[in-house]
Design a protein around this ligand. Structure first.
Ligand code: ZN
Length: 104
């Protein structure tokens, strides 16, 4: 008498289940030369930005133009005058860099 074995095959549906990804809401705030009130994307708090003037491409460009015009003695002034520099905005809570407003 011979032993008989039966094999049962189970078909598993391997179709990928759809994944729903929630898209974060992005609010565009135009940054200027003054502090603005906005929601920080890092700490999610509504804050008024802390600003800092930084030398940017425009500052160095004015410096170069002044140098080429023969004003070597005052060509460094755009590097210290805030209105000739970029304005960087930071979150006062978490110190996250929120954006930079270029001088030009
Ligand atoms: Zn923050």
């Amino acid at each position: 008498m011979a032993l008989s074995t039966t094999t049962t095959t189970t078909v598993v549906n391997t179709a990928p289940t759809p994944v729903v990804i929630a898209q974060p809401t992005v609010t565009v705030v135009s940054l200027g030369r003054h502090p603005v009130t906005m929601t920080c994307p890092m700490c999610k708090a509504t804050v008024t930005t802390r600003i800092r003037s930084e030398c940017g491409m425009g500052s160095w460009l004015i410096c170069l133009v002044l140098f080429l015009l023969g004003l070597e003695l005052c060509c460094w002034l755009p590097l210290i005058i805030p209105s000739c520099q970029d304005t960087a905005h930071f979150c006062p809570n978490c110190n996250h860099h929120l954006g930079t407003k270029a001088m030009c």
